[in-house]
Ligand binder design. Structure first.
Ligand SMILES: [Zn+2]
Ligand SMILES: [Zn+2]
Ligand SMILES: [Zn+2]
Length: 268
C-alpha cells in the first residue's frame, strides 16, 4: 500500500481594535458627525494574495480625540524623579565632619556642598515622557489586521510498512500530488475510503481549523492536498554483509537503520 500525506492549509484573517495614544502634533481630526464607529468586520480592507501572510493597521475614521496630557497636566514638563525637582543634591562632603575639619575644598562640589542633578541637568524638570513636551495627547483607534496560514498534516502508516522508516521523516519530504482542492471552506475528503486514515484526518483537521476561528478570526480560504510519497527499499552487499536502506520522497532522501555506507550513496 502506498504512503499518503494529507495536508490542510487554512488562510485566516484576524482583526482587533487597538486604542492608541500619541503626543498631539497637529493630527487631523475628522468631523464628529454623530455617526457611530464602524463595526469590526464592517471595515473594508483589501484582501492580500491568498496564503501570503502579513499584517496591516488602519486608523478608524471619526475615532480621533485630543486631551490634555494627564501626566504633566498639560505643562509638557514633569518634575525630575531623581532630584525631586530641586535640580541638585547635597554633596557627600557636607555631612562628612572629617572633610570639614580639614577645611579642604571638596573637588566634587567645589566646596559649595551641593551637586547638580545629571538627569535633568540641574533644571529640576524634564520633558514629559508621555506627551513628549506637547502638553496634549491624541487618542485614536485603529484596526489591526493579521493574515496567517494554519498548516496541519498527517502521513498514513500502512500496516504492511515493514520498513522501519520513522513517520516523522516522511513528514519532511514531498510526494506526488494526487488531489488538491481549494475553496473558502473545504469538505472532508470522501474519496479516500480505502485509506481511512486520510479521510479521517481530513474530517478531523477541517474541524480543528474551524474551531480556531471566532468573532475576531475568519477563514478566507482553505486548501487540502493529498500526496503520495515514493519509498524504495534498497538492498545491497557490503564486505560480505547484506544491508538495506530506504530512499524516500521526491527529494530522494536516504534512511538506513545503521550508519550508511558510501556504497549506498552511489545507488542514488
Ligand atoms: Zn533632577
Ligand atoms: Zn562636596
Ligand atoms: Zn505630558
Amino acid at each position: 500500500m502506498p504512503i499518503y500525506k494529507y495536508k490542510l492549509e487554512t488562510f485566516t484573517e484576524t482583526r482587533h481594535i487597538e486604542k492608541i495614544c500619541k503626543p498631539y502634533t497637529g493630527q487631523r481630526i475628522d468631523a464628529q458627525d454623530g455617526e457611530a464607529l464602524p463595526q469590526l468586520w464592517g471595515i473594508e480592507v483589501s484582501t492580500p494574495k491568498m496564503f501570503h501572510e502579513g499584517s496591516k493597521k488602519i486608523p478608524l475614521p471619526r475615532s480621533g480625540e485630543i486631551k490634555t496630557c494627564h501626566k504633566c497636566g498639560g505643562r509638557g514638563r514633569c518634575k525630575c524623579t531623581r532630584c525631586g525637582g530641586s535640580g541638585q543634591f547635597r554633596c557627600r562632603c557636607s555631612s562628612s565632619s572629617r572633610q570639614k575639619s580639614r577645611n579642604k575644598r571638596c573637588p566634587a562640589c567645589s566646596g559649595s556642598g551641593r551637586k547638580r542633578c545629571s538627569k535633568c541637568s540641574g533644571r529640576g524638570r524634564k520633558i514629559c515622557g508621555l506627551c513628549k513636551g506637547e502638553g496634549r495627547l491624541f487618542y485614536f483607534q485603529q484596526l489591526a489586521v493579521k493574515w496567517k496560514t494554519l498548516r496541519s498534516q498527517v502521513v498514513s502508516d500502512p500496516l504492511e510498512q515493514e520498513l522501519s522508516l520513522p513517520l516523522t521523516l516522511l513528514q519532511k519530504v514531498t510526494g506526488e500530488v494526487i488531489t488538491m482542492d481549494g475553496d473558502v471552506t473545504v469538505q472532508p475528503l470522501a474519496g479516500f475510503a480505502d485509506v481511512p486514515e486520510i479521510s479521517d484526518a481530513s474530517g478531523r483537521l477541517i474541524q480543528e481549523h474551524q474551531m480556531t476561528c471566532g468573532p475576531s478570526s475568519h477563514i478566507l480560504k482553505q486548501r487540502q492536498t493529498v500526496e503520495m510519497i515514493p519509498v524504495a527499499h534498497v538492498q545491497y552487499g557490503y564486505r560480505g554483509k547484506n544491508l538495506a536502506c530506504h530512499v524516500y520522497g521526491l527529494e530522494r532522501r536516504v534512511f538506513a537503520p545503521r550508519r550508511l555506507h558510501n556504497l549506498a550513496c552511489s545507488i542514488m
